[in-house]
Design a binder for this molecule. Structure first.
Ligand SMILES: Cc1ncc(C[n+]2csc(CCOP(=O)(O)OP(=O)(O)O)c2C)c(N)n1
Length: 327
């Protein structure tokens, strides 16, 4: 396997604490959503990324506002990191007026052009050729902006994935393909859908580097992303970063995930990205007990306030069904 060049990085205390905050906020957001589904308060499909937060935080932390992201159904955290207010995101999940699409989609398909967020479609893999098209635009406009496209290992078995990688490789596009390899595509374990161990290998067939990393290590994700971004910005073309991880919940909140064992889940929970990073920060005296408490309280306040806003936000009226239509 080729190795991508990793840039050295130095993060300030403030930045490290910021990363910690985002990990905690995204985890809390998903955990609350899960409870709200069970209470019958959120009725849209909810696909939590609990256990996978280090991928979103490590990649989005390295981005500029102008860089475009193409998130997946499991990547609500990337919306938050790109600048969508938690209360707006929560109202989106409730299907309320105060949400991004003002209550007019099943919660997962809205984008925000001004923040550089592409709204994904249901067809897995289909966001990747679009992402390559976005990167092509950036190249034609002679900017140094980069597109970051997320996908699951399951999506890497679709034709769209291969077409997108081929085009990106031929054109040397400024794009990062971020694979969230959480071991299962719905109920299908990776060994039943791929004859190779690493999705990253697939990049080599299209003439660029692919690297498989520990997707539960936020600093490893950040470092690999930094290196790939620097290369893309300077005309060096695409990179595929495969982040090995695991989703703690089922495919969606209605999936009890009977297809996997308790031992397997317990093993992956022992690799929880948050305590790992917490220990790192404590060992370097970046995170004191007082700071940790501060972050906990801030996260709890933010989530409570987001839920309150969402619950009080009105439902869309019937007229919303025919507004903003284009003929
Ligand atoms: C082209 C296509 N095939 C099947 C589906 C149904 N489907 C939705 S999510 C999913 C599993 C996706 O697995 P993966 O790409 O690994 O992403 P993950 O959900 O694990 O993050 C499937 C099969 C779909 N949405 N699109």
């Amino acid at each position: 396997m080729a190795t991508i060049k990793r840039t050295k990085f130095k993060l300030s205390t403030e930045q490290l604490l910021d990363m910690f905050y985002w990990l905690k906020l995204i985890r809390a957001f998903d955990e609350r959503l899960s409870v709200l589904v069970r209470q019958g308060k959120v009725r849209s499909g909810v696909y939590t990324g609990i256990g996978q937060e280090a991928i979103i935080v490590g990649t989005c932390f390295a981005l500029r506002r102008e860089d475009y992201i193409c998130p997946l159904h499991r990547d609500l955290g990337s919306f938050l990191m790109k600048g969508v207010e938690p209360r707006v995101m929560m109202a989106q999940m409730f299907g309320k007026e105060g949400g991004l699409s003002r209550g007019r989609d099943s919660a997962l398909h809205s984008g925000v052009n001004e923040l550089g967020i592409f709204g994904n479609t249901s067809m897995l893999g289909a966001n990747l050729p679009v992402a390559a098209g976005l990167a092509y635009t950036y190249r034609m406009e002679h900017t140094d902006h980069v597109v970051v496209a997320y996908f699951g290992e399951g999506a890497s078995n679709t034709g769209d994935f291969h077409e997108a990688l081929n085009f990106a490789g031929v054109q040397r596009l400024p794009i990062l393909f971020i694979c969230e390899n959480n071991q299962y595509a719905y109920s299908v374990p990776i060994e039943k859908s791929m004859a190779i161990d690493d999705v990253a290998e697939r990049a080599h067939g299209y003439g660029f580097d692919g690297v498989a990393i520990n997707g539960n290590d936020v600093l490893a994700v950040y470092q690999s992303t930094q290196g790939a971004l620097a290369r893309a910005r300077s005309g060096g073309g695409p990179t595929l970063i495969e982040c090995k991880t695991y989703r703690w919940h089922g495919h969606s909140e209605h999936d009890k995930a009977f297809y996997r064992s308790d031992e397997e889940l317990a093993m992956w929970k022992s690799r929880d990205p948050i305590p790992t990073f917490t220990t790192y920060l404590q060992a370097r005296h970046v995170l004191t007990d007082e700071k940790a408490q501060e972050v906990e309280s801030r996260v709890a306040r933010t989530i409570d306030e987001a839920v309150e806003f969402a619950m009080n936000s009105p439902d869309p009226g019937p007229e919303a069904a025919v507004s903003d239509l284009y003929a």
